[in-house]
Design a protein around this ligand. Structure first.
Ligand code: ZN
Length: 359
């Protein structure tokens, strides 16, 4: 990949004030500091963005990112766990792809919990105490109405985490790069890549709790993407109408889940509604932000009924490599990934262009 090259280019562009000035004059964002004012967008034509974005995304583009994440794990002891060099390399990769696509990228730190002793390390010793999340957003759209979509960027220590949650990361990258940094939207779109999900959603929690009240209030909804390419994947939508009311999500979550379920349905599969299970949506739900999640199942077995509505093998687990060393590029089911990509692109486009507000 040309990651190193694109980062160098970015640095050079920032290094020359004249170039930065020209960039500012022509309406590009000059490097680094200060939040650019939202700039005028092309008029929003209802339905157009969804159609365009769904037409543009595909599993082939996402697979390129998954191959790169696999290489990163291969170079870093077989995993991308946070904290570890594989995690930081994943954060660099994501930042590079987004910058090359014209986005400004922020890497706000979160504080790592020191509480968990983990795997035999002496407590309080080595390793970083903070790690970066990776966050970017469109320059267009109302910053008082922000649609946030997120995936976790870390793996477990046991493996490279290409489905869990490389599939979510690759989905976000494919959608972001096809959407571009200045699409015709009414609401701003933000992409979040969270660290340390596998040790208690620490990255997403640090992000949400670190926001000002005003910034939290500006978040219209949160869409979580965690495992969307398993070999025997189902098509689950978390939140909203889950059968456990305590896990149904704040008001508005049902609407978010409905749109995602409709979008999955429009790709030709039958989605199933389930409750939240404590992924990165947790801090958003706790902050009363309407939320839904896309998730294809992990260690449970697919029932005959689920196989009938979602395809795949009844009596087999959704993901035989869940949290194992075999969660490699070989573990990815591009068909499942493609359904979710289109459904999430449609869902994101819907909420990015809607005039409706959620409770
Ligand atoms: Zn996960």
């Amino acid at each position: 990949m040309s990651l190193a090259r694109s980062r160098t280019r970015m640095r050079l562009r920032c290094a020359f004030p004249a170039v930065a000035l020209v960039a500012a004059l022509v309406g590009l964002t000059a490097c680094g500091s200060g939040s650019p004012a939202p700039r005028p967008t092309a008029p929003v034509v209802d339905g157009q963005l969804a159609q365009q974005l769904k037409g543009a995304v595909g599993d082939a583009g996402a697979l390129v990112h998954l191959q790169e994440l696999q290489k990163i794990a291969d170079r870093n002891g077989g995993n991308r766990a946070s904290p570890s060099p594989g995690y930081l390399a994943s954060a660099d990769y994501v930042s590079g792809v987004l910058r090359a696509a014209g986005f400004d990228v922020a890497t706000p730190d979160y504080t790592l919990s020191r509480r968990r002793g983990g795997s035999g390390g002496s407590e309080g010793g080595e390793g970083p105490t903070t790690l970066p999340n990776v966050v970017t957003q469109t320059r267009t759209g109302d910053p008082a109405h922000v649609v946030v979509i997120g995936a976790h960027l870390d793996s477990v220590k046991q493996g490279p985490g290409i489905v869990d949650d490389g599939s979510g990361v690759a989905t976000l990258l494919e959608i972001a790069t096809r959407l571009g940094a200045s699409p015709a939207v009414r609401n701003m779109v933000r992409f979040g890549f969270w660290g340390s999900e596998e040790s208690g959603a620490q990255g997403s929690t640090g992000y949400v709790t670190g926001l000002s009240d005003a910034d939290r209030d500006a978040i219209m909804l949160y869409l979580n993407v965690d495992m969307v390419g398993s070999p025997n994947g189902g098509y689950f939508v978390q939140g909203g109408t889950g059968d456990d009311t305590s896990a149904a999500g704040p008001p508005g979550s049902g609407t978010v889940g409905d749109v995602l379920a409709d979008q999955l349905g429009s790709t030709g599969v039958t989605p199933q509604r389930i409750t939240f299970v404590g992924d990165d949506e947790t801090p958003f739900v706790a902050a009363n932000i309407p939320s839904a999640g896309a998730e294809n199942g992990d260690r449970k077995k697919k029932t005959a009924e689920q196989a009938q509505t979602a395809g795949g093998q009844a009596g087999e687990v959704f993901d035989p490599c869940y949290h194992q060393a075999c969660d490699t590029i070989q573990n990815v089911n591009p068909v499942v990934l493609d359904h979710y990509l289109h459904a999430l692109a449609g869902t994101l486009a819907h909420f990015a262009t809607t005039t409706d507000t959620l409770p």
